[in-house]
Design a binder for this molecule. Structure first.
Ligand SMILES: [Fe+2]
Length: 294
């Protein structure tokens, strides 16, 4: 068996076959998957029955696991999964769906906005790997938008305008847009905005992409209202249906995406029913721009 990849969307996304990722992989198999990521930006694997340990072991073929500190309001004692596993379920520690008025649930609803994982970190994430353990019966698709296609199709004036712009990203911007504005002092410090270039260049392919995210709330040197209109316009352009792939989850799907090249969002689902999705995240290698010292 060897890794084979079939493109399943007109502009990006590959479906991978010929590999069992619960087992240690050869160097060739890892290289084939990484080359597929560089090209397709999203890879879909079906029927990959994984334990959390196997998911983490597969993930570290592509880099180091990101330190989750500062990514959520969930306190360590409230965590359902071990360190290294990101919990993007709707479940509390007791394994039951979170209450409608739960602060954790309100915060997690931010994942329904188009975003790039960890764009609120000074060194943002490389890959995210999401394993479907329990699929919700109603909704819950994940959608991906190809940000290279978004960049490639900008008109010349807009391309020139955005080329060297730098944005501020923070979880407080994405959650703030949903009316989630109450934070402790500790959370405010943790969610302090970071700077990201609006156009980034992929280190391997050299392709440029728009680096947008719901976490972006300011453009350096631009009045806030003007910045937010610009970001909204760019988001609308970037998420037009031609550039979007909709993933309908089956149990034991694993999807990997390159946060440097795509945005994603989850769609609404029946929150009375469980949706158990577990994420590992591969840390990025460098900031996209200089940061303001703390
Ligand atoms: Fe996400």
């Amino acid at each position: 068996m060897s890794v084979s990849i079939r493109q399943i969307h007109p502009v990006f996304v590959g479906e991978v076959s010929g590999v069992d990722i619960s087992q240690p992989l050869s160097r060739e198999a890892v290289a084939a998957i990484e080359a597929g990521m560089d090209r397709y930006a999203v890879l879909v694997f079906h029927d990959q029955k994984l334990t959390d340990e196997q998911q983490m072991a597969f993930s570290v073929n592509f880099g180091t696991l990101e330190n989750p500190h500062g990514g959520n309001i969930t306190r360590p004692e409230e965590r359902r999964l071990q360190v290294g596993m990101g919990d993007v379920s709707n479940l509390g520690k007791d394994g039951r769906p979170l209450a409608r008025d739960s602060r954790q649930r309100a915060f997690n609803l931010g994942n329904m906005l188009w975003h790039s994982d960890s764009s609120y970190r000074a060194i943002p994430a490389k890959y995210s790997l999401l394993s479907a353990r329990v699929v919700n019966p109603v909704g819950g698709n994940t959608e991906f938008a190809d940000m290279r296609a978004a960049y490639d199709t900008l008109d010349a004036a807009t391309r020139a305008l955005v080329e060297d712009l730098v944005c501020e990203h923070s979880l407080m911007y994405s959650r703030g847009s949903l009316g989630f504005v109450d934070y402790t002092e500790e959370e405010r410090a943790m969610f302090r905005p970071v700077r990201q270039r609006l156009v980034r260049t992929h280190p391997v392919s050299g392709r440029k992409s728009l680096y947008l995210s719901a976490h972006a709330g300011q453009v350096i040197g631009m009045p806030t209202a003007e910045a937010r209109i610009l970001l909204r316009d760019l988001n609308e352009h970037a998420t037009q249906p031609a550039f979007v792939y909709v993933h309908h989850w089956r149990p034991w799907d694993l999807v990997i995406w390159d946060n440097r090249q795509v945005m994603h969002r989850v769609r609404r689902y029946d929150e009375a029913q469980p949706r158990d999705m577990r994420r590992t995240t591969i840390a990025g290698e460098a900031p996209t721009t200089a940061q303001v010292p703390a």
